[in-house]
Write a protein that binds this ligand. Structure first.
Ligand code: ADP
Ligand code: MG
Length: 641
């Protein structure tokens, strides 16, 4: 039985493919040219894979075949054929890979299209839909492929982009894949050398295998005389001073398919202590775009220009996972397995060098371009905070990169660094103060700030969920301890004017009685109730009994643990505050007044709320109503009197 005698094997696409094809067939979109980028990118992947396979496996057909991509076209017949000498596909792989949606972007595409989030034109143009984008230009597509495995046979897969495709055995003796396209009438323009070359330069210039464009109707040219269309430079192996900044941007965009230019690029060339060529990028946005989300991280790892791993996660610490790019080292063995990559000593040196350099470049961005650095910090600051919590070896470098809001820089877009804070410290100030909270606005109202505001002492405002983790590992800077200002044991100078008796304040003795009543009402919920030396404008606050840094993690736990119970603290009350003073007076004149205990409960909840420690805010609503009723009726009585 020969290939031609076998009846074609007809199959139906999976539903999602049908939907996709239907959308593509009915879309009139302008950016159809990206079909070529997708086919070339698949060819390049297949070439990378066969190159990698040949490092260890010698039982591969056509081991000496040139690794390249050929784009042949026929302007008379309106056809294009994209060929490669990559891994190829056997019968089952053709079905698995081309009969379902493999491309992760394609599924996202379908969802966005269904939800009407963006126009089809935008969606397809921006991120492509993998192989199926070929149906935006193709009347019919025939993929003929022969796998690199000697035992596999060649097959042809054919589809007109409707609901079906068919498979037939093929006569192809050489390794690789030919994607043959019969163009739609309105896509005939693509069967032109000029157009194809233009598209390749725009979208595939840095593909590392040569791409040749060949007119099938022209006279045969000797293969060796052909010139590739793409520059195929391993840009990372160039001398940095010879590379233009646009080239760096273009390379990044072709590598990541990101539509924005990167925020920063770092080109590293080193031979000692380890051979290393690397091109690292910080993207402009953390999430990528809606249509091109960053779903995975890791760097492309090459050894002598052979791609070893698509997304290696061991080349940088995990907290730098937002970095994109390429790393190439001749010191890595070519026949690496993933395990070997991890334990290889050269690998550890590379990681150390890359991490150090990346942090150094960020520092220099911060020094030279503070605005761009702020932009970086907004997107990626949380990652560096994570670094503080986990990377002790690079802590000094990381600490300098931190940015904070503070009482001196309280705007959403205002930041201070620790060195800047230290520079502003008054002569007597020995420690760096911070307060933890849920957001800027409410934290600025924290009662803990009373004293610091009155004395014009700057306090860092830590309002990110991760700050508790970070600060637990950041106990000092520049020889100065970092202190949470909810600490009861803070050693702060007392202000003369404030120790004088205020006209509105009650006596110490009266206050002691009130504190006793607080303890009765709050019971186990507080460790103690006592007078505050620091409060100015606030009636009370909760302080931590001792300087245990565990308490910085409490707010983190509150987010993660449903059973979370706020830790016990000391309640400090301000006897100069009218609410406190008047409560003390009520206690003396009418200890059974129900307003007394309700107010105590409410003051306690207010204090918890200000610290971001209140677990059930709904509970206080009923109490607030009781208080309001009382206030309103007092008001009416007052008016009537
Ligand atoms: P993606 O490239 O994101 O995986 P595609 O839709 O572009 O998605 O391709 C689907 C799959 O088809 C690829 O993952 C690959 O396995 C296979 N494939 C496509 N083109 C080729 C090719 N030229 N050589 C070998 N395999 C290919
Ligand atoms: Mg692809």
């Amino acid at each position: 039985m020969t290939a031609t005698q076998t009846a074609p094997e007809a199959r139906e696409y999976r539903t999602e493919v049908k939907q996709l094809l239907d959308i593509l067939a009915h879309s009139l979109y302008t950016d159809r040219e990206i079909f070529l980028r997708e086919l070339i990118s698949n060819a390049s992947d297949a070439l990378n894979r066969v190159q990698f396979e040949m490092l260890t496996n010698h039982d591969v057909i056509d081991p000496d075949a040139k690794l390249a991509i050929w784009v042949r076209f026929n302007p008379d017949e309106k056809t294009i054929t994209v060929s490669d000498t990559g891994v190829g596909m056997n019968h089952d792989e053709l079905i698995e890979n081309l009969g379902v949606i493999a491309h992760s972007g394609a599924r996202a595409f379908l969802d966005s299209a269904k939800e009407g989030k963006a126009s089809l034109e935008e969606i397809i143009g921006q991120f492509g839909v993998g192989f199926y984008s070929v149906f935006t230009v193709a009347e019919e597509v025939t993929v003929t492929s022969r796998s690199y495995r000697p035992e596999d046979e060649a097959w042809s897969w054919r589809s007109a982009g409707d609901s079906r495709y068919e498979l037939t055995p093929a006569d192809k003796s050489s390794r690789g894949t030919d994607v043959h396209i019969r163009l739609k009438a309105d896509a005939a323009e693509y069967a032109s050398a000029w157009r194809l070359e233009q598209i390749i330069k725009k979208h595939s210039d840095y593909v590392s295998f040569p791409i040749y464009v060949i007119d099938e109707t022209a006279e045969e040219v000797d293969e060796d005389a052909r010139q590739p269309v793409n520059r195929q430079t391993a840009l990372w192996r160039q001398t940095p001073s010879k590379v233009e900044s646009e080239e760096y941007d273009e390379f990044y965009q072709q590598l990541t398919l990101d539509f924005e230019k990167p925020l920063l690029h770092v080109h590293m060339v080193a031979d000692m202590p380890v051979n290393l060529r690397a091109l690292l990028y910080v993207p402009a946005k953390r999430e990528g775009s809606l249509l091109n989300p960053r779903v995975d991280h890791g760097l492309r790892l090459y050894s002598r220009k052979v791609l070893i791993q698509e997304r290696n996660k061991d080349l940088l610490p995990e907290y730098l996972r937002f970095v994109e790019g390429v790393v190439d080292s001749e010191d890595l063995p070519l026949n690496v397995s993933r395990e070997m990559v991890q334990t290889n000593p050269a690998m550890r040196q590379i990681r150390k060098a890359l991490t150090g350099r990346m942090l150094k470049e960020l520092k220099s961005l911060a020094d030279k371009e503070p605005d761009r650095y702020s932009q970086f910090w907004r997107e990626f600051g949380v990652f560096l905070k994570e670094g503080i919590a986990v990377d002790f070896t690079n802590k000094d470098a990381l600490v300098e990169l931190l940015r904070f809001h503070s009482t001196n820089a309280a705007g959403e877009e205002e930041w201070t660094s620790l060195p800047e804070y230290v520079e502003r410290m008054g002569e007597e100030q020995q420690e760096i103060y911070y307060v933890l909270g849920d957001d800027l606005k409410s934290t600025l109202r924290s009662p803990h700030l009373d004293y610091f505001r009155a004395h014009d002492i700057e306090v860092l405002l830590l309002v990110d969920a991760i700050d508790g983790f970070m600060i637990a590992n950041l106990r000092e800077f520049d020889g100065k301890a970092l202190r949470n200002i909810d600490d009861a044991g803070l050693d702060l100078p007392e202000d003369e004017s404030e120790t004088e008796e205020d006209a509105g304040a009650v006596s110490e003795e009266t206050l002691a009685k009130l504190a006793g009543r607080f303890k009765e009402v709050l019971g186990e919920r507080v460790l103690d109730v006592r007078e505050s030396k620091q409060l100015v404008d606030s009636p009370c606050r909760l302080v931590s009994p001792e300087d245990s840094f565990d308490r910085d993690l409490q707010r983190v736990r509150r987010f993660m643990d449903e059973e979370y119970e706020a830790p016990k603290k000391v309640l400090e009350i301000n006897r100069k505050h009218p609410i406190v003073a008047n409560l003390a007076r009520i206690l003396e004149s009418n200890p059974d007044d129900p307003l007394l205990d309700v107010s105590i409960e409410q003051l306690f909840d207010n204090a918890q709320l200000m610290d971001g420690l209140l677990t059930d805010p709904a509970e206080m609503v009923a109490r607030i109503q009781t208080l309001m009723e009382s206030a309103v009726s007092a008001h009416v009585e007052g008016n009537e009197a």
